[in-house]
Design a protein. Structure first.
Length: 78
């Protein structure tokens, strides 16, 4: 995960980094609309452990954002 120089990141990624700082040893499922999404190292770990597809979501601070997610209504099965 990049060093969070928060000023360079989007508001969404700043929210994610705040949640991740509060729960550093936990996979953070971040609710976005109808999905729970994971980013950066959490996305890589979740993709491997939960058999999710690892994708990328645009950019923040000039770098692609690794991402994995599940529909909110199916989250408990993961």
């Amino acid at each position: 995960m990049p060093a969070p120089d928060l000023a360079q990141h989007t508001p969404l990624m700043r929210q994610y980094f705040a949640a991740k700082a509060e729960y550093p040893d936990t996979l953070v499922f971040f609710r976005m609309g109808d999905f729970y999404e994971l980013f950066y190292d959490d996305a890589r770990k979740a993709a491997r452990l939960l058999d999710l597809t690892l994708t990328q979501r645009g950019q923040s601070a000039g770098a692609p954002i690794p991402m994995a997610g599940v529909p909110y209504h199916a989250a408990e099965s993961y």
